[in-house]
Ligand binder design. Structure first.
Ligand code: PEP
Ligand code: MN
Length: 260
């Protein structure tokens, strides 16, 4: 477990663990999900407020009102809260609500101008930020996004591996392409790195083995999508766990440092 990450001030039980729905859909959905996750050692509650979708016509997020719901989740449950930011206005709104952590999504980390605009909006703050890998397996582009945010003065900075788009990939939604995050880890050894098996797999059944593989490769933790009613989720329905399924998985995972 990364020593730097331990100092971020987030709860860490067996690993750094982000969990919550792909999208914030309603106040009730968020509260139900967060209520089921609270008090069990997760590091932060995730939910997408603004959803940059690949194709138009899909659910694009509830927007600003979702931040008020997230704030309520934190007040009710004590969970730390985080969401994805894709443009400076998102950063400003999240800072206003005092979110505990932000992440830059894969579609955004692909574009240096977008990352720079986000970095400029973050300047002068000390909010923790996680940078998802760009859509393609380009370690330089991923490092560049991290450097832009580091250059803006963000010190609690980490990355999320969520796999890479591939026309050829049939099994996974996004190819795991492990050698790219491993290379990033080699070049930036201090940087906390967590894995997002939900977006790699795209299907629930594949998630346990990818989550275990990430831990075997010494990733510092996981981000997993959890929804109270996955089959009716507004986005990424096939890859979300119920809270019960989520906790069953977490308990089964082996951490290399826990093995005797
Ligand atoms: C997400 O975390 O909900 C998301 C949209 O992920 P990605 O940017 O990895 O596609
Ligand atoms: Mn999702």
């Amino acid at each position: 477990m990364n020593e730097v990450l331990k100092k971020w001030g987030f709860p860490i039980d067996r690993m750094f663990l982000a969990a919550g729905p792909c999208s914030a859909e309603s106040r009730e959905q968020l509260m139900e999900c967060a209520g089921a996750l609270a008090g069990k050692g997760i590091s932060f509650f995730r939910a997408g407020i603004w959803k940059p979708r690949t194709r138009p016509g899909s659910f694009e997020g509830v927007g600003l009102k979702g931040l008020a719901w997230m704030d309520e989740v934190r007040a009710e449950t004590g969970l730390k809260i985080g969401t994805e930011v894709a443009e400076p206005a998102h950063v400003e709104a999240c800072l206003e609500y005092g979110l505990d952590i932000l992440w830059v999504g894969a579609r955004t980390s692909t574009n240096p101008f977008s990352v720079q605009a986000i970095a400029d909006a973050l300047r002068g703050t000390d909010i923790p930020v996680l940078v998802k890998n760009p859509m393609s397996a380009d370690v330089g582009l991923w490092m560049g996004a991290v450097e832009r945010i580091a250059n803006a003065g963000i010190t609690r900075l980490g990355v999320i591996h969520r796999g890479f788009s591939s026309e050829l990939e049939m099994r996974y939604r996004n190819a795991p392409g492990w050698k790219t995050p491993i290379e990033l880890k080699r070049r930036m050894p201090e940087l906390p790195i967590i894995c997002d098996p939900s977006h790699i797999c795209g299907k629930r059944a594949l998630i346990p083995s990818i989550a275990q593989e990430a831990l075997d490769l010494l990733f510092d933790g996981l981000m997993l999508e959890v929804h109270p009613d996955p089959d009716h989720a507004f986005s990424d329905s096939a890859q979300q766990f119920t809270p019960t399924q989520f906790f069953e998985l977490i308990e089964k995972l082996n951490l290399p440092h826990e093995q005797s």
